[in-house]
Design a protein around this ligand. Structure first.
Ligand code: CA
Length: 223
């Protein structure tokens, strides 16, 4: 999953970025509102963490511009303590959630997961496809109750497919959402990782869950 972080405080943005990357997210960082708006419009993020007090263009203006253009990417606003008016304005402008500074990183993570689930219309931290269970909080994966060990990249790919379950996901989409710009991923490598996943998730089971849609991409679903 790709997260855009718009935060001008360098120390804070570094900490948030590292924490998110440790959880397997791909993170883009913008340090002012104009850059944030540009990145939100040009790189497809799954969620945006948007500070309100920003140079050049404040967070509420960024949010308002995005929503006016029909960009419905889930947004968590970061607000200063006691900025009640900002919270109200933020929610009315189309923010999905907000977090008051200072916050505990674990809470930001939980809110990001919650937004991603809401976007995917998944209610619980555990996503189920047939007898496959993916715990998006602990990253534990089970099939028919048995724990399946995945590498970080395999997990990120499976989680992306799971959030989009029952929908076709293209190779390009996979590259854009789960691999950072600086990694040398191309769409052929996606096929390689899909094969790794199939070996771990589907090979030993009669019912296959990862399906190839010829000329389009892949779909995770119970048939
Ligand atoms: Ca700020």
């Amino acid at each position: 999953m790709r997260i855009l972080l718009v935060e001008d405080e360098k120390d804070l943005s570094t900490i948030i970025r590292q924490g998110l990357e440790e959880e397997g997210y791909v993170v883009d960082v913008a340090h002012d509102g104009e850059e944030g708006l540009y990145m939100a419009e040009n790189f497809p993020a799954d969620a945006i963490i948007l500070d309100i007090m920003l140079p050049l263009l404040d967070g509420l203006s960024v949010l308002s511009a995005l929503r006016k253009k029909g960009n419905m990417t889930p947004v968590i606003l970061l607000t200063a303590r006691d900025a009640l008016l900002d919270k109200i304005k933020g929610l009315d402008t189309g923010a999905d959630d907000y977090l008051t500074k200072p916050f505990v990183f674990g809470e930001l993570l939980a809110r990001v997961r919650s937004l991603l689930r809401r976007k995917a219309a998944v209610k619980e931290a555990v996503i189920r496809i047939g007898d496959l269970e993916i715990n998006t909080a602990s990253h534990e994966v089970r099939r028919a109750g048995k724990v399946i060990t995945l590498s970080a990249r395999e997990y990120a790919l499976l989680e992306y497919l799971a959030y989009k379950k029952d929908n076709v996901v293209t190779r390009t989409e996979i590259v854009e959402h789960i691999y950072s710009e600086d990694s040398d991923m191309d769409s052929n490598v996606v096929d390689v990782y899909i094969n790794y996943l199939r070996n771990k998730i589907d090979k030993d089971f009669k019912k296959k869950l990862i399906h190839t849609v010829r000329g389009a991409g892949y779909i995770l679903k119970e048939e």
